[in-house]
Design a binder for this molecule. Structure first.
Ligand SMILES: Cc1cc2nc3c(=O)[nH]c(=O)nc-3n(C[C@H](O)[C@H](O)[C@H](O)COP(=O)(O)OP(=O)(O)OC[C@H]3O[C@@H](n4cnc5c(N)ncnc54)[C@H](O)[C@@H]3O)c2cc1C
Ligand code: SF4
Length: 334
């Protein structure tokens, strides 16, 4: 780990000014915000990330969870994953988010990890985390060791010839199904970014993972008002029951009325290079009978463009079954 300068601003403006000295917010950026540090400090120790300035944002007043003016809920960027998961309004109105957060990492990590840090956590592709191997995401243009290498846990949707890394987050799958909006503040003012427009698929530039610009600070995440009568559920399938990333997961928001699906939002985790919203699945669900035939058809639609690598073909069927099961549970609890 190389030496770095450390600062701890106490206002959002100070933090933005400090962050704005960065030439890039992407991999190897020279200035980095540090929140819980559970991704960033790990990667610094591995020499995958080596900022020369660390801006510790923990003294900023961004940890609150409060009701949004038009309904809905605002999660402060520094709200810890455990605080969000156990917040009464989240448990009552957005149980899919509670389930997703509690399925991730460990209690100790969730006590440190923040809403914004989780949004920007990086892939667990083993080659990305090991500087002895070629990796286009870590060092653009060097090649991808996972294609033709060990790729059992990696993505089958949204991949490119340059990168097949999966987005590892559980939180972000739930936020995608909930259609959350990310509030950002930077040197050029404030922006609201719908989560579906926030992440970038790898394409030819896998080092670019999101649309943030240098100096942009995430200040909060807004959840829209809950849909009356809708139920939600997060199901995560993994190699062991705890302390493990998803091989496949599904976040569902579903409203069923008289046996017909009135509203459906579907997002998948563990299988996409970004948290994977499936409009194809939603089209197969909305207006149709809430039964296994419909669910299976929706799952087929969601995975129709899957492109497995040498070791992760099993994820295609796993993700379909995960989705069908999550939809079934959502219906049963309705
Ligand atoms: C052993 C282990 C197991 C894990 N298991 C899971 C799991 O099963 N599921 C899961 O979803 N996650 C898992 N995680 C990942 C964990 O959830 C993330 O490390 C955590 O959410 C990151 O949050 P943080 O606040 O610690 O981020 P940090 O490490 O502080 O920051 C991460 C990134 O976000 C940037 N950042 C932070 N805050 C802001 C902000 N406000 N504005 C702009 N940029 C910002 C930082 O610069 C950095 O690039 C695991 C982690 C570990 C170490
Ligand atoms: S899949 Fe992506 S992160 Fe993994 S080695 Fe290839 S380029 Fe790097």
């Amino acid at each position: 780990m190389q030496t770095f300068q450390y600062s701890r601003p106490t206002t959002v403006d100070q933090a933005i000014q400090a962050g704005a000295r960065s030439k890039t917010v992407q991999q190897n950026a020279d200035v980095r915000f540090a929140a819980g540090g559970t991704t960033l400090i790990d990667l610094m120790k591995l020499d995958v990330e080596h900022p020369d300035q660390l801006v510790d944002i923990n003294a900023l007043p961004l940890a609150r969870i409060e009701t949004a003016p038009g309904g809905g809920l605002v999660l402060g960027a520094l709200a810890r994953n455990s605080t969000v998961a156990h917040h009464p309004a989240v448990q009552r109105d957005y149980p899919v988010l509670t389930e997703a957060l509690l399925s991730g990492a460990s209690p100790q990590l969730r006590n440190m990890a923040t809403t914004a840090g989780n949004l920007l956590q990086r892939t667990r592709c083993m080659y990305f985390r090991d500087t002895a191997h070629a990796c286009n995401k870590r060092e653009p243009g060097t090649g991808c060791s996972a294609i033709g290498g060990h790729n059992r846990t990696l993505a089958i949707l949204g991949t490119s010839k340059d990168c097949i890394a999966s987005n590892p987050s559980d939180q972000n799958v739930a936020l995608t199904a909930l259609e959350a909006t990310i509030q950002v503040q930077g040197v050029r003012g404030k922006r609201s970014i719908p989560i579906q427009e926030f992440y970038l698929k790898p394409g030819a530039t896998p080092n670019r993972e999101h649309v943030l610009e240098p100096g942009d600070l995430i200040v909060s995440v807004t959840l829209p008002p809950p849909i009356a009568g809708a139920r939600s559920h997060y199901l995560k399938l993994r190699d062991r029951a705890a302390y493990e990333f998803a091989l496949a997961s599904a976040a569902i928001v579903l409203k069923v009325n008289g046996g017909r699906i009135e509203h459906a939002r579907v997002a998948l985790g563990g299988v996409g290079t970004v948290p994977w919203r499936s409009h194809e699945a939603e089209r197969e669900l909305q207006g149709h009978a809430a039964n296994t035939t419909t669910f299976r058809r929706a799952a087929e639609a969601a995975l129709k463009d899957a492109q497995p690598a040498s070791e992760n073909g099993f994820k295609v069927e796993l993700a379909k079954r995960c989705m069908v099961r999550a939809l079934t549970v959502s219906t049963q609890s309705a």
